[in-house]
Write a protein that binds this ligand. Structure first.
Ligand code: NAD
Length: 507
């Protein structure tokens, strides 16, 4: 079935999103497909450029919509807009900024079903997970609506008594925000909310696979009264060219990036030229430790959450299950049973618990990693044949994976559980940290002292003890080593968009 929504929108932007899907899938809301620059929804300024940006439904490979494909000149326009709006936005009261964010939280929550439908259509996850993403994404708006009024400074008498120091916090300036496809709403709100709370204006560049959610969210921001130019959106099939133009512009003062370590490294280098403030939320390779004294049922439940949330396409997905050899058989069998019970299908079908991967290329990449782990000696406990040309991958469980296999050294980003045995606590911690990544680690045990040792030993920015999920708007999310720089969420997330100014005067 293919249909076109015709709903009018208050802002008058294009709303002719073509929608495809099975009869079980609801009609999608109208979504803008243009660039948002200085409060206007507009076409690209590029002349003679024939490229276009088609958004596909990963469950069917059908084209959902064609959005405007920004060129570098549009990027300059977006920076003009963010720069022109900055001075007045930075001078709005923290309370005013907080109340706008609160209004956005309320409206987003009211429109959960619309946003969930769009997320599922363009990204593939089951509707229940898309609703959970809307709740999670909305929490950043609520949290930073409250934090906007808490950007405090300090006051101190100099140690020699001659002067008084006051520190104040000021917005860093127009900021470039780049987001990935796996959480198309939450990764945007996790950046936009603290940036706006701090008084920064932004240019948002969403992932080319999932621009519709970001466009719909930015339309919502204009609807609640955000002034023109405070948030600008560039959708593009040429991220390298468009982002280079922005990073070369001296008016941009900050880059916040969420995505792969590989691209993050390139962007860090590019940011050096303008000495930009940077926040980098990069890839992970999470260890999930199960000790022999763990509550096994709880560990298996936690493993399913840590592995299958977002179909395994999450930076905090458990990538390596490191399990005491004495319980590996029991743990593997129980995990296999739960993985086998997943209902694989299109995300818009209410019965589905595991949707497609983002595209066929990523699915094929994951299947190749599984094949190579098996060639290296891993035992496949669950591995269904892979259908050519489809983005679907049924859950896979591999036991006794060899630590030297390529699947151990990179993010699997798929519903594939790889299980490694260990014989001592020291070996477990050593295996866990044997990676360049350091985003999150999980540990299951009933021994409090062992859990405490795990919390201190794991080389990562976040640790989940006896739980398989750590994401929370009120907690500092971020990694160490190659997993990134800076934190998002909590009060730390606001600091990423603030500079400290120190003022001194004689007493
Ligand atoms: P990606 O790095 O390919 O793309 C991320 C963003 O960067 C997209 O918007 C893309 O258009 C843009 N981009 C790509 N090449 C670029 C270039 N040369 N110049 C400028 N921008 C460019 O990552 P992805 O495949 O979209 O997302 C998956 C990755 O994101 C995984 O590695 C995952 O771990 C990571 N991730 C990390 C977090 C975190 O908080 N640490 C959260 C979600 C995803």
């Amino acid at each position: 079935m293919s249909s076109t929504t015709t709903e009018a929108t208050e802002s008058g932007h294009r709303s002719d999103t073509a929608v495809s899907g099975s009869a079980a899938c609801r009609l999608l809301p109208a979504v803008p497909t243009a660039l948002l620059i200085a409060g206007e929804w507009r076409e690209t300024r590029a002349r003679g450029v024939t490229s276009s940006l088609e958004v596909e439904n990963p469950a069917t490979s059908e084209v959902l919509a064609t959005v405007v494909d920004a060129a570098p000149d549009d990027a300059t326009d977006a920076v003009d807009a963010a720069s022109a709006a900055f001075t007045s936005w930075a001078r709005t009261s923290p309370r005013q900024r907080g109340e706008l964010l609160r209004a956005a939280f309320e409206l987003l929550t009211d429109r959960t079903e619309d946003f969930a439908a769009i997320i599922t259509a363009e990204m593939g996850k089951p509707l229940a997970e898309s609703r959970a993403e809307v709740r999670y994404g909305a929490e950043f708006l609520r949290w930073y609506s409250e934090e906007a009024v808490r950007a405090t400074g300090t006051a101190r008498t100099a140690p020699d008594g001659s002067s008084f120091h006051v520190t104040m916090r000021q917005p860093v300036g127009p900021s470039l925000l780049i987001t990935p496809w796996n959480f198309p709403l939450a990764m945007a709100t996790r950046k936009i909310a603290p940036a706006l709370a701090a008084g920064c204006t932004v240019v948002l560049k969403p992932a080319e696979e999932t621009p519709l959610t970001a466009l719909l969210f930015c339309a919502l921001l204009t609807e609640v009264g955000l002034p023109p130019g405070v948030v600008n959106v560039l959708t593009t099939s040429r991220p390298g060219q468009v982002v280079s133009r922005i990073l070369d512009d001296p008016r941009i003062r900050k880059l916040s990036f969420t995505g792969s370590t590989q691209v993050g490294r390139v962007l860090l280098e590019a940011s050096a030229k303008g000495i930009l403030r940077t926040s980098m939320e990069l890839g992970g390779n999470a260890p999930f430790l199960v000790f022999h004294d763990a509550d096994l049922a709880a560990a298996v439940d936690g493993a399913v959450i840590a592995k299958l949330r977002n179909g395994g396409q999450s930076c905090v997905a458990a990538n390596r299950f490191i399990v005491d050899r004495r319980i590996m058989g029991e743990f593997s069998a129980a995990l296999t049973e739960k993985m086998h019970a997943q209902v694989v299908g299109p995300g818009c079908d209410p019965a589905t618990t595991l949707g497609p991967m983002i595209n066929v290329r990523q699915r094929d990449r994951a299947a190749a990693l599984v094949d190579s782990a098996i060639s290296d000696g891993a035992e496949p406990l669950l591995f269904d044949p892979v259908e050519p040309g489809s983005a679907f991958l049924s859950p896979v469980v591999l036991s006794d994976v060899k630590p030297g296999s390529s699947i151990a050294g990179q993010e699997i980003f798929a519903p594939v559980a790889a299980i490694y045995p260990f014989d001592s606590e020291e070996e477990a911690f050593r295996l866990a940290s044997d990676t360049d990544a350091g985003l999150v680690g999980f540990a299951y045990s009933t021994d409090a002292a062992r859990l405490s040792r795990a919390a201190t030993s794991l080389e990562c920015g976040m640790v989940g003890l006896n739980r398989g999920l750590v994401s929370d708007a009120s907690a500092p999310f971020g990694g160490v080593k190659h997993s990134g720089l800076g934190r998002e969420g909590s009060e730390a997330g606001l600091q990423e968009y603030l500079e400290t100014k120190y003022v001194s005067y004689p007493i």
